[in-house]
Design a protein around this ligand. Sequence first.
Ligand code: SF4
Length: 333
Amino acid sequence: MRQAQVIATDKTANTKSQTMVQIGLSACLAGQKVRYNGGHTQSRLCLNVLSQYFSFHTFCPEVAAGFSTPRPAMRLIGNPTSPQLVFSNGGNEDLSAQLNQGVATILPKLDTLDGYILMKNSPSCGLERVKIYQQNGHPHTIRTAGLFTQALIKQYPLMPVEEEGRLHDDGLLDNFLLRVYAYSNFRREVLHAPSIHKLITFHGTYKYVLMAHNQKLSRYLGQLLNGNKKMPLANLVNNYFKVFMQALAKPADRNNHTNTLLHILGYIKKAVSSPARQHIVEVIYKYQQGLTPLTTPLALLTHYLDQYGSSYINAQRYLNPYPERLNPLTRHI
Ligand code: SF4
């Protein structure tokens, strides 16, 4: 029997949540008993930690598609480029159309979301390592995303998506938070009512984030805005957004962070004393060697930038890419 549940907004949401970024979440990670076995996979990381940043919107694609709870487990079979969803307990009835139709009506309503956190390994929600079984019962070496996730990424190719399990890695968590807020900021500050002025202002505040993540794409984006690649405003904005999110896709490495931190130090090198400057440089190189987390040189630099930095450098999102970067949540990045 088709169940009425489609997407559920956290009922504990309060006024604060309206100013928080809106994030989709596999319903079982929110503790809802929607798994095939009638259970859940509640995520303490999501509910106890990330709820400080995110207002969650929960969704179970399989329930939305009318599958009951409990239900037989499902898996993907067949050609890796177009796998089929079937029950694992025998029978090859293709359930893909039912799943896809079930999520088709909800997908357009997800345009308010700034990111999505998904349950790993699920044939519906998994992000990238979902097994596809061959006729002999063994999985292909090729893995894929679950069917809902494939449809989500197709509809919102730039939206940051991540598996909950990967967010237990401090570096991946930091990069997911950074991408979510970058995506949200671009949509609010540029896409909402685009202009070349807004685009240039946005780019200016992300200069050092881009430098740390991908210098090649950073230069490309600079050329776009300098008019070296002439195009109508709508195309320019769309092209910028696409390449911008691509540039942030992978976490910045220690060498690129080091280079960026040294550049930022350059803005205050004349204002701070020589011993203080030397101390900052030593801390930056300790970070490069893996002897201290990124938050240590960042906190030190921020201390001096608060006193001596210009409004331009203090407005750099690199220093504050999401709220409370310097809190203990990401102290190990
Ligand atoms: S992984 Fe996705 S489809 Fe499976 S129970 Fe969780 S929300 Fe539902």
